[in-house]
Design a binder for this molecule. Structure first.
Ligand code: SF4
Length: 387
């Protein structure tokens, strides 16, 4: 089995099916600008720390940054230019902060391979600084969003680096740092404790064992799936990318032979049904927003109708009553012997009652005291042209 890295373990835990697409089926993901950006900054800092005694000049570091800038994954030239400018600032600020007291690290981009209970684990530590003959500090650069110290205290990536460094170098880790490059902020924690190490070891073994058993079930989560490049390949989203096969309809109607099992057909139908319901909800919400907007504009302009190129919308104004305290409404209805008339005092039934010219004046007065008259309107819309 291939060696596991921190990112591949995280990916498996996020979605085993996604892990399979990436590492077994070897379907490449789209390049992402934030990876290119991070790599460009990392490489410039690696170059900065590449000299044993004195640092390269700022001009040399900046020239390296420009020459090794990674271009993949940016939306357009404008976005790339903005990020490049941010990268230049990061490298310049880092240089200004650390060049005057330059000390070459113990290791830069330290690659490691270890065995954790028989599972091969691999990775690369951005920087290891020697404290003395027995201790080191570990530093990992981050270029994304800001984070807090809690993350540094708990992040399994740092636990893994600590494990690897202590095992391979035979030295104790004194501190663990995530260095946030955009703000030039180092956040440092004590070494992670034995429980965190045990927990990580257990996680590595569990993930490795699941992979060996070919457990690659999809784990759909709204946010993860939203950004997943493998959606067109994923069984969960199959209905969005394939025209439903005609056999599915036949099979559901009469159980005809098909190359899909009935369970698979059922799963397809359930997914399609769920998806359509979601779309209907979404459409309903959009229609309601549009209705409110049109009604608002019609009222503002004092119009009763308005025309689009293909449709006409007209406003039928009406007043309606809103009651907050349903129990008091029921009491009033009972007092005036109207409860039976309404039977189920739902809002539409009470509205009907309020419009009824035969409603006794005392009952109307009592109900009006409980409610609030609001201006409502029915929006009718019909097609006026096929164009
Ligand atoms: S679309 Fe969702 S469920 Fe499918 S592979 Fe991607 S993350 Fe996993």
């Amino acid at each position: 089995m291939r060696a596991l890295s921190h990112s591949s373990i995280s990916l498996y835990l996020e979605c085993p099916q996604k892990w399979k697409f990436k590492y077994i089926d070897k379907i490449p993901e789209k390049p992402r600008h934030f990876f290119s950006f991070g790599q460009s900054c990392h490489e410039a800092l690696e170059f900065f720390y590449g000299s044993p005694l004195i640092p390269p000049s700022l001009e040399e570091v900046m020239a390296f940054f420009e020459e090794h800038w990674k271009t993949a994954g940016y939306k357009d030239a404008k976005q790339e230019a903005e990020y490049k400018q941010q990268g230049r600032k990061i490298v310049k600020d880092f240089y200004a902060k650390y060049a005057p007291t330059y000390k070459a690290p113990f290791f830069v981009e330290y690659p490691f391979n270890i065995l954790v209970d028989g599972v091969a684990v691999t990775g690369k530590v951005d920087r290891i600084d020697k404290v003395d003959d027995k201790t080191v500090d570990i530093v990992d650069y981050k270029t994304g969003k800001a984070f807090d110290l809690e993350r540094v205290k708990e992040d399994a990536q740092l636990t893994m680096y600590q494990m690897a460094v202590e095992e391979l170098l035979g030295m104790k880790v004194r501190s663990l740092t995530f260095y946030h490059l955009p703000s030039q902020t180092p956040l440092t924690s004590e070494p992670h404790d034995i429980e965190q190490v045990k927990e990580l070891r257990q996680r590595i073994v569990t993930v490795a064992s699941s992979i060996q058993k070919s457990q690659f079930d999809p784990k759909p989560e709204e946010w993860t799936c939203k950004w997943c490049d493998y959606k067109p390949h994923c069984p969960v989203f199959r209905h969005q990318y394939l025209t439903p096969p005609p056999v599915a309809a036949e099979a559901s109607a009469g159980g005809l032979a098909t190359d899909k099992s009935e369970d698979e057909i059922l799963a397809d139908l359930v997914d399609r049904y769920g998806k359509m319901k979601e779309q209907v909800h979404e459409l309903e919400a959009n229609i309601e927003d549009l209705r409110e907007e049109i009604l608002g504009l019609l009222r503002k302009k004092g119009y009763l109708r308005a025309f689009g190129s293909q449709y006409e919308a007209s406003l039928a104004s009406e007043e309606r009553w809103e009651f907050e305290d349903r129990l008091k409404v029921v009491e009033v209805l009972k007092k005036h012997l109207l409860y039976d008339k309404v039977l189920k005092p739902s809002a539409p039934e009470v509205q009907k009652l309020m419009k009824d010219e035969n409603l006794p004046p005392e009952a109307r007065r009592d109900l009006e005291k409980l409610g609030k008259k609001v201006e409502g309107g029915t929006l009718r819309c019909h097609r006026i042209s096929d164009a």
